[in-house]
Design a protein around this ligand. Structure first.
Ligand code: BGC
Length: 248
C-alpha cells in the first residue's frame, strides 16, 4: 500500500482543481484550489493555470494530473472539448519542464476510476467494472479484476449517428433544459448499451451530478449488472491523479 501525501490536479472543461491527497485513504488532505479553465483553451494559458493551481495550493513537488482526452505515455491523442490543437502535445513533459517536478498525466475518467476502485464504490470488486463520469462529456474507465484498461472513451460510442456524450452528458441535460425524467431515457439507452457490449459486473456512475443520483439512477432499469453512484463524486479525479503518480 502507498502511504504519504501526494498532490493531484484535475483539468476539466470548466475548472482546474487541485488538492493534497492522503494516499492511504484517497481523502483530500487540504482544501481544494479551483481556478476556471481559460475559455481560450490556449495551451500556454491552460498550462499556466495548472501551475497557478499548484502554486496557490502551496505545493512544491511532483504531482499527478488528469486531462479530458486520450493520454498515452504523456502525449495527448484526443481532446474532444479542448480542440484539435492539443492533439500530439506531450503535455506531461511540458508540465514537468515548466513546474520543475515529475508529473504523471492520465485521462480524467481513468483517474476517477482508479480512486473509485481503490477507495470508493468499486472497492474490492472483481470482474469487469466500468466507471463512468457524467460531466461536460462522458468519461469511462474499464477495469478487469481491479486492473485498468486505459483510454476506453466509451462516451464516444455512437447513438443515432453521434457520440453518446453529445446528448447524454450532464452538460447536454443542462444545455437542453431537460428534467431528470426527460434525461433518463437517454441514460437508459446508453447504460443498456454498455451492459450489452461489455457484460460488466458493476457500473459506477460518477461526475458532479452523481450527488443527485437518487433522481435518475432509479429510472435506469433492466440492466443485467448492478449500477451504483460513485462514492467520491468530484474529488475522484484529483485523488486518482495523485495515486497514479504514487503508484507509477
Ligand atoms: C473525452 C474523454 C474524457 C471525457 C470526460 C470526453 O469527451 O473524450 O477523454 O474522459 O470527455 O471528461
Amino acid at each position: 500500500m502507498v502511504t504519504g501525501i501526494g498532490f493531484g490536479v484535475d483539468i476539466g472543461g470548466s475548472g482546474i482543481k487541485g488538492a493534497q491527497v492522503d494516499l492511504a485513504t484517497g481523502e483530500l488532505a487540504s482544501e481544494r484550489t479551483k481556478i476556471p479553465t481559460p475559455r481560450s483553451y490556449d495551451i500556454d494559458e491552460v498550462v499556466q493555470t495548472v501551475l497557478d493551481v499548484v502554486a496557490k495550493a502551496g505545493w512544491e513537488g511532483p504531482f499527478g494530473c488528469t486531462f479530458p482526452g486520450i493520454v498515452k505515455r504523456g502525449v495527448l491523442h484526443s481532446a474532444a472539448n479542448f480542440g484539435p490543437h492539443w492533439i500530439g502535445l506531450d503535455l506531461q513533459t511540458m508540465l514537468a519542464e515548466r513546474s520543475g517536478h515529475e508529473v504523471h498525466l492520465l485521462n480524467d475518467a481513468d483517474a476517477a476510476g482508479l480512486a473509485e476502485v481503490d477507495f470508493g464504490a468499486a472497492r474490492g470488486r472483481d470482474g469487469v467494472v466500468i466507471v463512468t463520469t457524467l460531466g461536460t462529456g462522458i468519461g469511462s474507465a474499464l477495469f478487469l479484476d481491479g486492473k485498468l484498461v486505459p483510454n476506453t472513451e466509451l462516451g464516444h460510442l455512437e447513438i443515432d449517428g453521434a457520440a453518446a456524450e453529445t446528448r447524454t452528458s450532464s452538460a447536454a441535460k443542462e444545455r437542453e433544459g431537460l428534467s431528470y425524467k426527460e434525461w433518463a431515457p437517454r441514460l437508459q439507452r446508453y447504460y443498456a448499451m454498455l451492459d450489452f457490449l461489455f457484460s460488466p459486473d458493476l457500473i459506477v456512475v460518477g461526475g458532479g451530478i452523481s450527488r443527485k443520483s437518487e433522481k435518475f439512477l432509479p429510472l435506469i432499469t433492466g440492466l443485467r449488472c448492478e449500477i451504483v453512484p460513485a462514492a467520491l463524486e468530484n474529488q475522484a479525479g484529483i485523488a486518482g491523479a495523485a495515486m497514479a503518480l504514487a503508484e507509477g
